[in-house]
Design a protein around this ligand. Structure first.
Ligand code: G6P
Length: 607
């Protein structure tokens, strides 16, 4: 959600800025722009819509003059997506330019104040107040001015500022929104995340709240708001640069679906030693663990769906009650959380605003937080008490696939590790589960090898308007993810229902030809889900099933995608593969913008 990039060096900034913005496209945006100091003035080019418009306008940045510049992809919050609301925003005289990610909560008061002083605003954005405030307070020292302006701002921000007055400098600052500084040879960078600068450097500083970076061509200085220098460690990013490229695939989403065996293996293998799960990153002792009376899971979107799966698994394997909350709801319901509650926070980006704030609320109430995060060094990873990283590598498609799968893998590892510590899993079962877990990547690979069957089924369904997903127990948790995947990238209306709940209302929506996707992998409830499938079929539903290969009879009641039989706990990792592929193929047949679905953002950094 909103992407920031900036360059200062000895080369033309334009091509890098446009390339960096392209790398940030995945975060979600509806307009884009750049501002460069061309030696005489700050020159802004910006446009509504896809980055392609800006690229065409500037010949991929080559027509832009200047070796210092900032760029931005905007996901509209205040003011519709339009050329004028796109960033960068200039101050009234055009001497200062600002790009911003986040929300300035008191922007209206600040705008009213500045308007009363005769300053004219051009846009509807909250960001423009920052540019105008800088000019209003500027008395010759940009850093002093930025610090003064920060005191006036309520809300969250990552900012990049350039000025005509200081043509050899970029000033960057963050509070609650991510921003990194890239360190090059005779060039330095700012960016919302590392994917934008990986082609240039792997050396970065991660800005923390209220740190201000002053970038020149040959140096970077970090200070706090008292102007004291902050000494920071340089971090070296080890992400493979090719991981953020399509590598011959038509879409990132498909590439990421296909990368799942490796991502799951990378997440699991280093944590199984001599047949035992070892989570060195968790500092909790057995005594502390025994003290917890509840597990509280917080997340948004697909990560929340992982949480719903985890509830079934943790309760069964650890015998501790589990509550799963949407992070955006948790904060405002006065939750009953204390030091007897273990909180598990799940987030791919580690920056989702609601998840981060919910985590802090849990911590304020005394809860120990373990986070499951993909982006190393992200806010949630750093601020949680313990972090278990998923080793999925960069995930670019907005609709998550490999991050979801690696999050599930961590849930299994946690269930086994804690179950072993608490003695709630018998040794034989433990050994069998670990052995199966080690084979999980191969099983995922096997399902991916039969993707054409799912492609064929997608061709039968892609014209439909509504789809219902049903399942029981963990299959229900999984149907939530299958439904979300389909709707977010294909724009087909879909809903997930606990199969037993159908008769309480939803079945009235089933008519001749209504597609129903039934998840029937849970061994204990196979008879019950078959009855539910028969009920919808009797009313005209066209049924597609996902079932384990030890139940070939299911094919008689609906077209079926079979997955290899495995232990119940691990089946979500297998059953989710056809669901992801189904959504992908349907969206592809409909010609949708699969990697960047309309209105959605990968990294949701506003509440
Ligand atoms: C967005 C993404 C989803 C993701 C959710 C939570 O909606 O499109 O794929 O599940 O945010 O993001 P997080 O980074 O916290 O996992």
């Amino acid at each position: 959600m909103c992407g920031i990039v900036g360059y200062i060096g000895y080369e033309q900034a334009g091509p890098f800025l446009l390339d960096g913005l392209e790398k940030l496209e995945y975060r979600g945006y509806d307009s884009a722009g750049v501002c460069l100091n061309d030696g005489n003035a700050l020159v802004v080019k910006k446009s509504k819509g896809k980055l392609k418009v800006l690229k065409d306008l500037t010949e991929d940045g080559r027509t832009l003059k200047g070796t210092v510049g900032i760029g931005h992809t905007r996901w509209a919050t205040h003011g519709e997506p339009s050329d004028v609301n796109a960033h960068p925003h200039l101050s009234e005289s055009g001497r200062f330019a600002v790009v911003h990610n986040g929300i300035i909560e008191n922007y209206q008061q600040l705008k009213d104040y500045l308007t009363s002083k005769g300053i004219e605003f051009r846009s509807m954005t909250d960001t423009e107040v920052i540019a105008q405030l800088i000019e209003y307070y500027y008395k010759g020292d940009l850093i002093d001015t930025v610090i003064k302006v920060l005191e006036k701002l309520d809300g969250s921000y990552a900012l990049g500022v350039i000025s005509q007055e200081n043509p050899d400098e970029i000033v960057a600052v963050r509070k609650e929104s991510p921003l990194i500084i890239g360190l090059g040879e005779k060039e330095n960078f700012i960016a919302s995340d590392v994917t934008a600068i990986l082609s240039k450097t792997r050396k970065i500083y991660r800005l923390e709240n209220n740190e201000i970076a002053i970038l020149n061509r040959d140096s970077v200085k970090i200070i706090n708001t008292d102007k004291d220098e902050v000494k920071k460690e340089i971090e070296t990013v080890n992400w493979d640069i090719n991981a953020a490229e399509k590598g011959g695939y038509e879409h990132f989403m498909f590439k990421e679906i296909m990368e799942q065996p490796k991502a799951v293996s990378d997440t699991i293998s280093p944590r199984i030693k001599n047949g035992r799960v070892v989570l060195d990153e968790i500092k909790l002792t057995k005594e502390q663990l025994q003290n917890f009376t509840k597990i509280n899971i917080l997340a948004c979107g697909s990560a929340y769906h992982v949480g719903v799966v985890a509830k079934y698994i943790f309760e069964k394997m650890l015998r501790i009650p589990v509550e799963v909350d949407l992070a955006s709801e948790f904060r405002y319901r006065d939750p009953i959380i204390n030091d007897k509650v273990l909180t598990v926070v799940i987030s791919q980006s580690g920056e989702t605003a609601d998840t981060k704030e919910a985590m802090k609320e849990a911590q304020r109430r005394g809860s120990h937080v373990i986070s499951i995060v993909n982006v190393v060094g992200s806010a949630i990873a750093v601020e949680s008490n313990d972090v278990i990283y998923t080793w999925a590598g960069p995930e670019i498609a907005v609709a998550t696939t490999k991050a979801y799968s690696t999050q599930l893998a961590v849930i299994y590892l946690m269930a086994l590790y804690f179950g072993d510590m608490l003695g709630t899993i018998v040794e034989d079962e433990y050994k069998a589960l670990v052995a199966e877990l080690e084979h999980l990547p191969e099983r995922i690979e096997e399902i991916l090898g039969h993707k054409e069957k799912v492609q064929y089924l997608a061709s039968k369904y892609f014209n439909t308007k509504d789809v219902f997903f049903i399942g029981r127990n963990i299959d229900y948790a999984l149907s939530l993810e299958g439904s979300l995947k389909l709707k977010e990238i294909s724009y087909i209306h879909s809903e997930a229902y606990a199969a037993g709940e159908l008769k309480h209302g939803t079945i009235s929506l089933i008519e001749q030809g209504t597609p129903v996707i039934a998840l029937a992998t849970h061994e204990e409830l196979i008879g019950k889900i078959i009855s539910n499938i028969e009920e919808v079929k009797t009313r005209g539903a066209q049924v597609m099933c996902i079932a384990c290969d030890n139940h070939p009879e299911i094919e008689k009641i609906g077209q079926t995608v079979f997955i290899p039989k495995s232990c119940d706990m691990l089946l979500p990792s297998l059953a989710v593969i056809p669901l992801q592929l189904f959504a992908y193929y349907v969206a592809s047949l409909k010609g949708c913008d699969i990697d960047k679905p309309r209105n959605l953002a990968k990294s949701v950094t506003v509440e």
